[in-house]
Design a protein around this ligand. Structure first.
Ligand SMILES: [Zn+2]
Length: 266
């Protein structure tokens, strides 16, 4: 499984060399997006990721720094599909699942596309609301969702809006926190995880590192960087490594990891 960071910035104003949050996972010949911040499709395409192999898009929560690039991602898949032999395409990517807690936001993206004359004729879209438990399975690629309190606690009868995702492919496990209220919300998903990707848009690096330090985690990556990392990444990384050692890193836009070799043993 290969991971490509497409955007590593929290919901800040435009920052040099960083865009809002998204990453792509390539497993076998399939492609998955986790969050869809602003320029995710642009960066993915130029990184050589085959957008026509997109199987699913997992949105942690419907804030603009996580969905701002969704319409453009759907458009780019369609644009690239228009250049391919329809028969070949029918076998390549007939259905794209979109998991998102707020269907109005999804419909808004589709409406935006429709209003500009785009009807994604080259693939079908299927929208689903995440809930706690397994939300996606295709062969050995499986995704489990767990709600967090980033968007508050729902009123009785209402649904959770913000989720963390655990991705399993073969013997590799990657956990993405999404945005959360407290890092302890990840605890029940951490067992056996090879790499945990954690946001710092709302948290201090050292608090997260101290919480994770007792866990036997082979890899801890920071993504969705907040003000402290954006201002002085070197100083923050020094703090993080004083607690977690070399297993911690800060993701940058365009960074790629081969999960089979970089984290743990194949
Ligand atoms: Zn965010």
């Amino acid at each position: 499984m290969r991971l490509t960071f497409l955007g590593t910035c929290a919901g800040c104003e435009p920052m040099p060399d960083r865009h809002h949050t998204a990453f792509a996972l390539e497993h076998d010949s399939d492609v998955y997006f986790v969050d869809a911040g602003e320029t995710c499709s642009y960066t993915a395409h130029l990184a050589g990721i085959d957008l026509l192999a997109t199987r699913a898009i997992f949105i942690t929560h419907p804030h603009i720094d996580h969905v701002g690039g969704l319409a453009n991602l759907l458009w780019t898949i369609g644009k690239l599909g228009g250049r391919v032999d329809p028969l070949a395409l029918a076998q390549a990517s007939p259905l794209v699942d979109v998991l998102i807690s707020d269907h109005q936001v999804f419909e808004g993206a589709v409406e935006l596309l429709g209003g500009t004359g785009f009807h994604h004729p080259h693939y079908d879209l299927q929208v689903q609301r995440p809930a706690d438990g397994e939300v996606y399975a295709s062969g050995e690629f499986r995704v489990t969702a767990l709600h967090n309190e980033h968007m508050g606690t729902p009123e009785p009868g209402a649904l959770w809006q913000s989720f963390s995702y655990l991705v399993e492919a073969g013997d590799r496990r990657v956990l993405f926190s999404g945005d959360f209220r407290h890092v302890s919300e990840l605890d029940s998903l951490l067992d056996g995880v090879d790499l945990v990707l954690v946001e710092t848009g709302h948290h201090r690096v050292e608090d997260i590192c101290e919480h994770l330090a007792p866990r036997d985690l082979p890899g801890v990556g920071f993504i969705h960087h907040g003000r402290a990392i954006l201002a002085d990444a070197d100083a923050e990384l020094t703090k993080a490594r004083a607690i977690l050692g070399k297993r911690v890193f800060f993701a940058s836009d365009g960074m790629q990891l081969d999960l089979a070799t970089v984290v743990g043993s194949a």
